[in-house]
Design a protein around this ligand. Sequence first.
Ligand code: NAD
Length: 268
Amino acid sequence: MTTAESGAAAPRGEQSDGGALQGKVAIVTGAASGLGRATALALARAGAQVVVADLDARGGREVADMVGGHFRACDVSDLDANRALVEFTQEMYGGVDIALLNAGVATGCGVGEDFDPARYHRAMGANLDGVVFGTHAVLPALRARGGGSIVATASLAGLAAVPLDPLYAANKHAVVGLARSLGPALAPENVRFNAVCPGFAESRIIDHLRGMLSEQGLPVIPAETVADTVLRIVTGDGTGECWFIQVGREPEPFRFRNVPGPGKPVGV
Ligand SMILES: NC(=O)c1ccc[n+]([C@@H]2O[C@H](COP(=O)([O-])OP(=O)(O)OC[C@H]3O[C@@H](n4cnc5c(N)ncnc54)[C@H](O)[C@@H]3O)[C@@H](O)[C@H]2O)c1
């Protein structure tokens, strides 16, 4: 059984995996459901104190109760709300060590006849601004602790073309670019920045795709697999990595290759 498969956090002081994150404080955005919920539970089981942030107060309070932590209402597309979330966490626990910037939505429109500016801004706000604003807001708190770890939930849609939802692909590719660039940029400050890139994973975000997935026989990744991968990243030492997660494969950092440099290829 994975660390998160039991569905509930272990009682405080009885962490099942030795408490690798004992004494650490984590913020998880979009933690009221799905992948964020599973990861909040996994972080708590590893000993972290967790602040559950979401727009959804009912789901968020439920998860906060399960992890023995606190819920904070937060719209991640609002910079001041991100700052308030970090301040709240510092007031509650004295600092922040880990931020999982995970809140996100499917777009619900394309760029042609079906373009809808409100849906576009909502998706870019949650999926991209949420990561940029969350990072900007949490950096001073991580620096104050001498470093820390940020993990952004990107997607396989950040590594591959997604004709079904091009705008989702656009903001998830942006998150992948941020992770690859902020990893080395923040390394001198002892802040690690990585991304996870799951394929179709168990959560309500794929509800509108379930018919297509079962018709095409496409398997769905358990949310706990994503949670366990985040835990591996947080307890590891890599940075600037984008971990793909797919059914039947061991999650690992995606190896970006063959970006052309200047000049002729060697041997031509
Ligand atoms: N499930 C998948 O197949 C899959 C695959 C790859 C990546 N992802 C990404 O995983 C992340 C989590 O999604 P999920 O699959 O668990 O879906 P989900 O709908 O179960 O969870 C998303 C959570 O984010 C919250 N949220 C949305 N907009 C917000 C905002 N502006 N501010 C604060 N909270 C907000 C929602 O209330 C919800 O609780 C998203 O970034 C999503 O794009 C999901």
